[in-house]
Design a protein around this ligand. Sequence first.
Ligand code: NDP
Length: 504
Amino acid sequence: MVTTMRTSSHQGTAKTFDSLNPATGEPIGTFGVFGEHEVAETVARAREAAQWWAGLPGKERKARMLAWKSYLTRYIMRIAELMHAETGKPVADAQLEVLLAVVHIDWAAKNAAKVLGPHKVRSGIVAINQVSSVEYQPLGVVGVIGPWNYPVFTPVGSIAYALAAGNAVVFKPSEFSPAVGGWLVSSFAEVVPEYPVLSLVTGFGESGSLLAKSGVDKIAFTGSTKTAKKVMAACAENLTPMVAECGGKDALLVSADADLDAAADAAVWGALSNAGQTCIGVERIYVAQDIYHTFLEKLAERVKGLRPGDDREANYGPMTMPGQVEVIEQHIADAMACGGRAVVGGLGSIRKPYVGPVILADVPESSTAITDETFGPTMTVTPVSSLSEGVKLANNSKYGLGGSIFAKNKNAAMAAARALNSGMTSINSVISFASVPSLPFGGSGDSGFGRIHGADGLREFSKAKAITRQRMKPMVNLTSFTRTDADMKKILTLASLLHGRKYK
Ligand code: NDP
């Protein structure tokens, strides 16, 4: 059983750092700052582990993954308390996060063989003598660099799929959540003690950079757009492929026919839960003009009783990363300077390390409160003439991660969902797509590229292998120097019949 908060990850490293409770400043544990040598050693051990893990029969890998999910479920209180201590999030939110991670481990374990195993494909008339198949093989060692805001759910979105696809994983958690990261790694070792199939690298950005340069077979990065660019540059050294899950500025659209109470409830949760430190959190709200004032009132009413804190009754916790408070402050100040008004809260809501709920209205689209990721418990609310104007404004963003639409008309909602420039959209709820393990998760533009979760997520951590097996001699052997002009004539006649007809 994993019992200690302090992991042994600092053993052998020249430098160490402490992880602190963001609410109290108390140290949670001491961790090593991994240098080039330590990262290289960890990756080398992971390479051996990868061979063993990939060589296990699929059923055994699945059984071990399921044993891991069972372990996490049984010790949910322990890890949730640690998440609360290290990131400040309420214990119940931490439990919810672990449960979501468990659902993904379960799905990845149970579906890996079906998604990645050999599939026959049609060979087509030209290669009719061939039996063709495709299968997806493990990459080897995957480096996972994770953020602190969802220190279990987010990295597990890559880790579970990479492991289920037969890879070993070296995990570098954020400097703000090394204890949770260490606990996760130790929990896996409890059920897979033979080899370090999942191992830990701790430290600051530099240790992550060393992992990206270490020659691992892929990097799964989750974090800010700015850091993603640095990681991509580091990966370029060895042509290491990368999946990038970055920030967002998600919009919630409210149509005139929407259930306003449900929309307001979801908007408040989407914007304020986890102190707004959610990549797919609601940051912008576009509301049909006709119901704008009613909706704003409902929103303000719901926000009134909510407050941050470290106690069990608090609705959300402190800002985990001290520096983020400045960004929030700048965005609120910019919104106000541009003519926006604070319907609830304002600059006075900032009482470090806490930020009270803030609702901003009449904010011009050019304000940083609308254009940039705030990552705090704030939301902007803007009236629009129609759902399509809402889509247009929502799409006027460098980000393209998630989003939500509240509307009763199913067809209108589906059309708007398709038109939103985002990787994922929830209709009549927020962030539900993250809880459906068979759905791909990821964005475009400044929100990154590639997909985790679902079948796409499993394939992201594998390489396609195409195989043809000749089952009989071809009628005409085109790939031989014995090919004749008559053979070519036959094949050109066939091609003309199959593909040469005029296309109407
Ligand atoms: P950062 O970009 O600051 O850090 C992310 C990770 O990268 C951390 O582990 C960090 O380590 C590491 N890192 C920092 N510099 C480097 C470097 N030069 N080379 C390699 N690794 C490096 O993001 P945050 O941790 O602050 O997370 C918040 C961001 O993550 C937000 O933008 C949020 O939207 C996004 N996010 C996206 C999600 C998605 O699925 N799309 C989900 C969750 C968050 P260290 O902390 O030690 O510096």
